[in-house]
Design a protein around this ligand. Structure first.
Ligand code: PEP
Length: 262
């Protein structure tokens, strides 16, 4: 039985004052939701503040990227051990915005993935196809290639300490979420592809869905058998949107447990 996981990706948003109000509301809102896991990925300058406010709560925190090498002459880069200094347990890797706007590739994402694990940080590895690729029936080819960029290099067991996120580009930031059935279809594809290498790894790895998840559509998505939670962009910036999504995760984890027992 996989616990649901909800990850908020703040992207390049926030301020000291805004974050304080948001995090205090989140702490109060998810305090009693014991059945799932919750994470906030803040911009680098706010990791210290995030750590100070979230330590000792049931919300973990992380970053939105890292550099694949350690200390060195790399202006503007942030090394894995620096994230560890601020208590980060998670880091987003290969987000579609990093791939599209900052020229990240399967190779650089794979290197960052391994660097995160090397530092003891759980990578949240993003995959997804564009609208044109979906229209051309290339979804499985694209997502399969992105997944293979890890499995072929490092073997399937690296997924024991990782989270996967299916984030179709046409759904991210678009108000056009995948339907639960569309997302489930790709999640099944991902899990089956991993199972070809190792069934145990496939059964345990959490695969999140991301792309226009809201308080209204979260429960329908999280009820699908292979959707283990969400990677949430815009709706993670408002407590009144994010808390109901966390509640939906908590409720669907419980429903899954009840179904197992019945
Ligand atoms: C994201 O950027 O990872 C994302 C899913 O964004 P949104 O929820 O705003 O679509």
């Amino acid at each position: 039985m996989r616990r649901k996981l909800v990850v908020g990706n703040w992207k390049m948003n926030g301020s000291i004052a805004i974050n304080k109000a948001l995090l205090e509301a989140l702490i109060a809102g998810v305090r009693k939701l014991d059945n799932s896991d919750y994470v906030v990925c803040a911009p680098y300058p706010y990791l210290c503040q995030t750590q100070q406010l979230l330590q000792g709560t049931n919300i973990a925190w992380g970053a939105q990227n890292l550099c694949s090498t350690d200390n060195g002459a790399l202006t503007g880069a942030v090394a894995p051990h620096m994230l560890v200094d601020y208590g980060c347990r998670y880091v987003i890797i290969g987000h579609s915005e990093r791939r599209a706007l900052f020229h990240e590739t399967d190779d650089t994402a794979a290197a960052r993935f391994l660097a995160a694990q090397g530092a003891g940080i759980t990578p949240i590895f993003c995959m997804g196809e564009s609208a044109e690729e979906r229209d051309s029936d290339w979804t499985e080819y694209i997502v399969g290639r992105q997944l293979d960029s890890l499995i072929r290099r490092f073997g399937p067991y690296v997924l024991n300490n990782a989270v996967l996120a299916y984030e179709p580009l046409w759904a991210v930031g678009s108000d056009q979420p995948a339907t639960p059935e569309q997302a489930q279809e790709v999640h099944t594809f991902i899990r089956k592809r991993i199972a070809r290498c190792d069934a145990e790894v496939a059964a345990h790895v959490r695969i999140l869905y991301g792309g226009s998840v809201t308080a209204e559509n979260a429960e329908g998505l999280f009820r699908m058998p292979d959707i283990d939670g969400g990677l949430i962009g815009r709706a993670s910036l408002r407590a009144e949107d994010f808390i109901p999504i966390c509640r939906a995760a908590d409720a669907t984890t419980v429903q899954g447990l009840e179904a197992l027992i019945a």
